[in-house]
Design a protein around this ligand. Sequence first.
Ligand code: AMP
Ligand code: ZN
Length: 491
Amino acid sequence: MQLKIYNSLSGEKEIFQPIVEGIVGMYVCGPTVYSNVHMGNVRTFMSFDFIYRTLVFLGYKVRYVRNITDAGHLTDDGNIDNDRFVKQSRLEKLEPMEIVQKYTVDFHQVLEKFNLLPPTIEPTATGHILEQIELTQKLIDSGFAYESNGSVYFDVFSYNQKGLNYGELSNRNIEELFANTRDLDGQNEKKNPQDFALWKLASPAHIMRWNSPWGPGFPGWHLECTAMSTKYLGEKFDIHGGGLDLKFPHHECEVAQGKACNGTSPVNYWMHTNMLTMNGQRMSKSTGNYINPIDLITGENNFFEKAFHPTIVRFNFMQAHYRSVLDISNDAMVASEKGYIRLMEAMKVINNFDTQSFKNNESQWSVKDWKTNTYNALLDDFNAPILIAHLFEAVKTIFALKDGTLQINQSDFELLKSLMNSFVYEVLGLQDIEENNNEKLDQTLQILIDMRNQARKSKNFELSDQIRNQLLEKGIELKDSREGTTYVLNS
Ligand code: AMP
Ligand code: ZN
């Protein structure tokens, strides 16, 4: 078993060799929690959820760190007035920390709907201010950073002069960068426009600020990921991931900070997921070309003809490789729904078969070959669409078994059943829709029970009896007791 991962640093698929045999340290850049996540963000986190699930399925013990950026993320021009949290808190008339709380909760709720597993550690930038101050000091002491007007900047020019090669991850020629950029923020605080903030001075009006050796301020965005990844995974760790748009400058800066601080490139395998597009354009809040997860699930949008269950959306996303662009569309979602229904029908068939009936069979279909193909798909840079194609081969087999047009022996059947369940539920993270329908039924019945109790309270016994009797006709029996009213489904 040899896992291959496409490493953005080398631009090649490489054999995956973890630093410690059997154990993987993986860091993924989390959301900046100043607004609701859109489906593009969800795609990136879902891709890493699939990668995480696959690593666990393949037998690795994974420490999966995904941070929450809850401070210090400036808009691209670097102007302090454009701190995203401060800007949003003014807009919504809330404390910046209320903004953080509101959108962190939203982020978790959305990911849960799409059945993403939580990371094993979810650290926050504000919880690691001390570590960031220490790193900044270390960079100043070693000549890689300088203080200017209460802010501290990473000195890209001096880093490069030491032969450390700024631009290695994003394949940028630093000389060109130096020649072609101007200092746009006009503050002339930086020696060179490429220098990036490790620490930013904050005025008293800026609520989210901390004391530091350079005065009150807040950390730069790039530094938090270096602080948290090295704290929990070490100075050098296995996998670092994020969306393709984070490669430059964010991840390039992380490489530079890591090398400058610890004298070693921090990450062995850089993984970048490709973008979700809509109408052929990258999904993004700033351009207005986006769809909110909740609007997609409820159907309250002008883009899709109907509502789609989160597991259908998940199945749709899994049908594209994580390094391919995926264009979200009504037709593709409808096709995914059809595919999902067929896949789940097959799961019902295979999970309800009487295995005794396979006892004396000869196998006419090789489950072992099929297993090899499915594993090869996963081992080849986490190829979910190829895995799904193999699952549909198995679906054909399962229906042929049901119709009696094909035979396999009992141990092959058990293997097929166990693998299908693992791939569908554990690795792809799909869910049965019916289970959630039960939840809906429960909520609906609770509404009817409340209405009946209201009717009884106001002595409208005609209505209360009508509710009880009509439910009974449908096989739902209400039972009153001192604790309240419950229901029983009579089959
Ligand atoms: P942010 O909160 O802006 O840092 O974004 C969170 C994650 O979503 C990052 O890894 C981004 O690369 C990713 N992301 C943003 N837009 C898209 C998109 N249209 N498709 C896929 N991923 C995206
Ligand atoms: Zn990051």
